[in-house]
Structure formats: C-alpha cells, structure tokens
Design a binder for this molecule. Structure first.
Ligand SMILES: Cc1ncc(COP(=O)(O)O)c(C=O)c1O
Length: 356
C-alpha cells in the first residue's frame, strides 16, 4: 500500500463498469456482441447537435465558461424558469456528488429507497455518511417508509423517478404528501435522469419547489438526448442551494463541448424526442413479447426493462452474454436490459426467453 489512503476509499469496491461488447466477444470467442447494460441511447445524437460539437472542437484551447451562463439562460427559457434556478454539472452524477460535497459531513444520514441508483451508496461511503436504505414494495418506492426513516441527522434524501433499476415511477402528488412529513432542512433530491421516457401522468417535480424550496431536481442530456459521453447534467432548485452547489463543482468540469452540446440539444429537442418516441414503441414491443411468453415484470417508465429473475439472474445473464448480449444483472434480484434498436431488441428477447 503506497500512501495512507482514506479508509472510506480503501473500503470501497473498485467501480466495475458494465462489460464492453468487445470484452465479451474476446471472452466467449464470438462476434457481433451488443451492450444493453448502461441505459444508453442506441442512436448517435441528432446530426445538427453532433455538428455543433464538432465545430466547437477548435475552441478547446480555452477553458469553458465556468458559470455556463448561456446554458443556464437557455435551460431557463426552455423550462420557463428564471436562470437563477438552474445549475449545470459534469453529468447529473456530477451534481449528485456536489450535493454530497455541499451538505454531507461524516456521520450525517442519507436516506434512499433501495435498490436504486448505485451511486447513492458509493457517495455515501466516500463521504463517511450513514446510508439509510428503505425497502421497495412491489418494486416501487414506499414513501411512508422514506419519511419515517428521517432523523435529526438526515441531510439528504434521494428519490430516482423513474427508478434505476426497477423502472418504476412515483407521482408528484405522492411526493408532496411525503414532503409534508419531512423537515424542510432536509434536501430532497428528485433524480430525473430518465424523465423523457416517463409517463407525464406522474407530474413535474419542479412544481413542488413553490411550496418546498428544499427540493432539488436533477436531469441529464445523457439518456434521451444521446449525449452520455459528453457529461451534461443540469439541476433545477432554489438559488440558495445553487450558490452552495456551484462552490463545490470542479472548475471547468462542464466543458465547452458539453455546453455547446446542451445548447444545440435544446434547439433540436424535437428531433431527439422523435427518437425517444421510437424507443417507447420498442419498449412496448419488448414488454408485449415478454408478457405473451408469461414473463412478469414491474411496469417500466424508462428506457430499460427490469425482469425480477431472482436466484436465476446470474445464470441467465451469463447465457445471454454467450449469445453476445451484455445486460446488467443484479445477482439474486433481477436483470436490467436497456432498450436498443429494433434488431437488438429482437436479439435480446429471443436470447432471454431461451435462457430463462
Ligand atoms: C438514476 C440515475 N441518475 C443519474 C444517472 C447519471 O447520469 P449522468 O451522470 O450521465 O447524467 C444515471 C445513469 O445511469 C441514473 O441511472
């Protein structure tokens, strides 16, 4: 061991990203493997967005505008909000990290339903927080349990809707009831990474902020807009919270290319949403095929399907991997498969049905 690493870091398992398709091809001596493990958009960004990013490359001898003023104004205009309520992050994961940096001291409690996004326990460990996990009921958040888990020491609550990995959503009305039971000095983060795939019937959590300024909404251009590699996230919250979050963001971490990409993505939103509509059709086609074959699964409102395969999960994932399909297994719990292109979806459905 070189140096005296922090115990929080040495105790943390190294991050294991989803296997790359190329690794699986080498491992099983196959070709034509596909990765459906990271909830990425299967298609490249809208051509005009890609062109804007490419054109901005010659400017990267300069640091980006650290305040991302143009982007905040554009997002504010897009959402009908004052730009003082908008901030940006190096992906929405960057904003989640900033929330920990700004609000969590060692020993503070962080509450989240679990299973949920794997980064919440990772950051809790890294920041020496006490993580308080509440169980899901029928793969859906139990918001009473979340409210009950709050103590004097609670600093943050994380609610991902739609949730990763279950794909289930919670309604703004139900969150409002929960908020009425939670102290207003607890920051409640609504993580909407998959917002564009969600059913609008669940409502817009930004509306909660009028009565509950402790609500932070995080969103991203990674999924629906196909900009995962660019690291482009944004947050909507009270300017007082933004002031603290902006202090702790790594300077210039929202790069000039990322900022140009966000601006172009907003301008060309309609084209991206056409792709989203195709993905939603594909999602329905996959759900129908699985249901027709007797597979039970929670309703998905995201760009992936969660199949509760229980103890068979690892075996099924391995069998699918040998068919060249990389999924995201949660051993003992279930399998999460990202919706891909129509051809990819045909392949994974066929492979899953023969592997189960
Ligand atoms: C629930 C949830 N939140 C946030 C993110 C982070 O997305 P990004 O950092 O690319 O914006 C993800 C990515 O998988 C996610 O599943």
């Amino acid at each position: 061991m070189i140096g005296r690493v922090r115990p929080a870091v040495s105790n943390l398992a190294s991050y294991t990203p989803g296997k790359a398709a190329a690794d699986v091809e080498d491992e099983h001596d196959i070709s034509n493997a596909i990765k459906l493990a990271s909830n990425e958009n299967p298609w490249p960004p809208v051509p005009e967005v890609a062109a804007a990013i490419a054109a901005a490359v010659t400017g990267i001898n300069r640091y980006a505008d650290n305040s991302a003023t143009d982007v905040r104004e554009a997002i504010g205009g897009w959402l009908g909000l004052d730009p003082s309520h908008i901030t940006v992050g190096c992906g929405s994961s960057g904003l989640l990290q900033q929330l920990f940096m700004a609000y969590v001291d060692p020993g503070d409690e962080v509450v989240f339903p679990y299973p949920s996004f794997e980064i919440y326990p990772v950051f809790s460990t890294l920041f020496d927080a006490v993580e308080v996990r509440t169980p899901l009921i029928d793969h859906t958040f139990d918001l009473d349990a979340v409210a009950d888990a709050v103590t004097e020491k609670t600093k943050l609550i994380f609610l991902a809707t739609p949730n990763n990995p279950t794909g289930t959503s919670i309604s703004v009305d139900d969150v409002r009831v929960m908020l009425s039971k939670v102290r207003d000095d607890v920051i409640v983060v609504i993580d909407e990474a998959y917002r564009e795939f969600n059913d609008p019937v669940f409502g817009d959590p930004v509306e909660l902020q009028a009565d509950h300024p402790n609500v932070v909404v995080t969103r991203t251009f990674s999924k629906a807009f196909g900009l995962a590699g660019l690291r482009s996230g944004y947050g909507v919250c009270h300017p007082d919270i933004i002031r603290e979050l902006d202090k702790v963001r790594l300077a210039f971490s929202v790069s000039n290319l990322s900022q140009v990409g966000m601006l172009a993505a907003i301008t060309h939103e309609d084209a991206a949403m056409e792709k989203v509509a195709t993905l939603l059709d594909e999602r329905q086609r996959c759900v129908d095929a699985l249901s027709a074959a007797g597979v039970a699964m929670p309703p998905t409102h995201s760009n992936f399907i969660f199949i509760p395969t229980g103890d068979a999960t690892s075996d099924i994932a391995l069998a699918m991997e040998k068919d060249g399909i990389v999924t995201r297994p949660f051993p003992g719990i279930g399998l999460r498969v990202t919706i891909g292109t129509p051809e990819e979806n045909d392949r994974w459905i066929e492979s899953f049905l023969s592997a189960r």
